[in-house]
Unconditional design. Sequence first.
Length: 401
Amino acid sequence: MTEAYIFDHVRSPRGRGKKDGSLHTITPIFLLSQIFVALRTRNDFDVKAVDDVITGCVTGVGEQGGDIGRFAAIMADYSDEVPGMHVNRFCASGLVAVNYAAARVMAGQADLMIGSGVESMSRVQMGFDGGAWLLDPQVTNKIGTVLQGISADMIATKYGFSREDCDEYSVFSQQRAKKAWDKGHFKNSIIPIKDNIGRVMLEHDEHMRPDTTVDDLAALKSSFNDMGELGFDAVIMQKYPEIERVNHVHHAGNSSGIVDGAAAILIGTEETGKKFNLKPRARIVSFADIGTDPSIMLTGPGKAAKKALKRAGLSKNDIDVWEVNEAFASVVLRFCQEMDLGTDEVNVNGGAIAMGHPLGATGNMLLGTALDELERTKKKYALATLCVAGGMATAAIIERV
């Protein structure tokens, strides 16, 4: 099997996913094309050598539809000869794009690939693309479809995480993100995003609230109690009849932020690296996708991590850097419980609760953050994983070289 190496990772700052967010005026294709430009100019490879651009995007409709990565590459002055494709595994799409790109290289069917992701949540609303799992009563009844927040609250209820547990973890995320920014841990990967006249619109993750305290969060109303009372609690409790009542612990302060963002990773063979003077930064060791109960939906990261570890012939003790998407606080707490890890061992530079979760790009950003942390600490292995809507999860392991 051919080895697949990561040569570079670039991401945008994450802009607040509202009309007053700094990236709201930047179209998704222009946002992603700036990432592709930076990847090219930082590495000076022949763009015609890129075999494919794989782009994760969750709400792939409207101005995010139509195979956005293909045309973002053209807008970035890549060759017309470079093809592109769109993938959607919900929140893991950006990581799946990297894994699929790596698989092409490993199979000997590509020499240079780009795995990328984009989501402009201020411009294309989450869920706007619909889907039978949300809209067709026959499907929703079989699945037991509920809001993701209800699923997160059920995780907290089933596995014993209190509102205070979730709030404390969320404050840690904010503090870690602030510390990481202050110490420059992201400076190697983030590029400023500009408008069409070259004016810098954003150069810093703007969703963070580093002064947040546990008392601040305690004052917030739970987000999903009312929806639960309207019937969603009853739906999920049919799957988990041992639960007498869903404890609604999540709110805006301990859930991932809605933001805009884009990211990309350049992947290829050792020979291609030598040809274009690209220095390998990491080797992609293994990756895995799994399915789980689509109603509770968000419990898969531990299972995906274990599958990726088994494929790599590694144990959890071999992993130096853990990145777990902070979709909701209970998701990370359950991962730590299942993997027997302390919360101080995961997401050491903060996560999506502090910095936001641009759906199609987050997995890409997680792997890039893990790579930067491996290099900063001179450690060896990192694992990144995300829960996925509809009851799935994805994981990947990389080794610093």
